[in-house]
Design a protein around this ligand. Structure first.
Ligand code: SF4
Ligand code: MG
Length: 329
């Protein structure tokens, strides 16, 4: 499999009044060309900040991003200057956010906003940009696309706004689309339509997707590979079959146990069926970060942090249950 994005040891810290907090702490993962890779975890696990860090959207100076390397399509983004980085990211990477209303400007028309990446990153004129936006609106299944070009965001339904945001994300034909909870604000039917649309685009255009979600149901439906995040770290990494077949980290098992039945409403609250809460990153427990919530915790778990250990077939877990050094204390 050919690798499009390879992230090694990504770290993102924020300066707060009570010192610095590592929100992303040593995250490494790969995305193959045309693959859909999930980042899953409760809110506060660091998945959105991981995405923002890759996009170069972490605000400095409070936020500081570093990595051993971030190889995107053969280029190490950590070695580029700000201008090179901006151009590189603009053409190869784009992002779709959860709530389009907050990322859309209410006083600019759809064609102005959705076409904006083209005016920044290409030499196309207004006419050509308009044609391209119209074409993208068709591609993402917006009905009567010509009639939606000159309207304002509030004149569209939530589902159409999210489709328009996906059109905007794809308009420069990026190799990679990062989607952060793209359907969480939508009703179940629209959610299913948007997810199908994203999978169809992957099949047709070959865009790889990093899918950020708290919902393992979405992961099961869409993803090839999965990274489970907890308290700023990846705690389990596997292809989607192995993850659901042999979940190896107690946190992943807890997430799986909390998947709602088809008849129940998907919502963030369901995740709370794992007892306890995500730890305060400024006051992490010693040892394994999951130990205060873990039913399998052993003495060593409260003392020493486990490493991400390979269980074979690229399946990795950060847990003393699977580390040969474990259980000795
Ligand atoms: Fe639980 Fe220990 Fe594994 Fe952490 S290392 S998940 S506390 S068993
Ligand atoms: Mg988030």
């Amino acid at each position: 499999q050919s690798i499009l994005l390879s992230v090694r040891n990504l770290r993102t810290e924020f300066q707060t009044q009570r010192g610095s907090v590592k929100v992303v702490d040593g995250v490494s993962f790969d995305v193959g060309r045309g693959k859909i890779v999930g980042l899953v975890g409760e809110s506060g696990s660091g998945k959105s900040v991981t995405a923002l860090s890759l996009m170069g959207l972490v605000a400095s100076p409070q936020g500081k991003v570093s990595a051993d390397s971030i190889m995107l399509n053969g280029t190490d983004l950590t070695r580029l200057n700000a201008e090179e980085l901006r151009r590189n990211r603009g053409r190869q990477l784009s992002m779709v956010f959860q709530e389009p209303m907050t990322s859309l400007n209410p006083v600019r028309t759809m064609v102005q906003q959705v076409g904006e990446p083209l005016s920044i990153h290409t030499n196309l004129g207004r006419r050509a940009i308009r044609d391209k936006v119209l074409h993208m609106f068709e591609t993402v299944g917006i009905p009567e696309p010509a009639a939606r070009l000159d309207v304002y965001p509030h004149q569209l339904s939530g589902g159409l706004r999210q489709r328009a945001m996906i059109a905007m994300g794809l308009i420069c034909e990026p190799k990679l689309l990062i989607a952060d909870e793209p359907t969480t604000a939508l009703d179940v039917t629209t959610q299913a339509q948007i997810l199908r649309l994203m999978m169809a685009l992957r099949d047709r255009v070959g865009t790889a997707i990093v899918m950020i979600t708290h919902d393992l149901g979405i992961i099961a439906e869409m993803c090839d590979e999965v990274n489970v995040m907890y308290a700023g770290q990846i705690v389990e990494q596997a292809n989607v079959f192995d993850l659901f077949d042999r979940p190896s980290h107690p946190y992943t098992r807890g997430l799986l146990a909390s998947i709602p039945k088809a008849t129940e409403k998907r919502s963030a609250e369901r995740m709370n069926s794992i007892p306890g809460v995500v730890p305060n990153l400024a006051k992490l427990p010693t040892g394994c970060r999951f130990n205060p919530r873990c039913g399998d915790a052993m003495p060593i778990c409260r003392v020493q942090q486990p490493e991400l250990t390979d269980l074979g077939n690229g399946h990795k877990a950060r847990c003393w249950l699977h580390d040969k050094q474990g259980g000795k204390l």
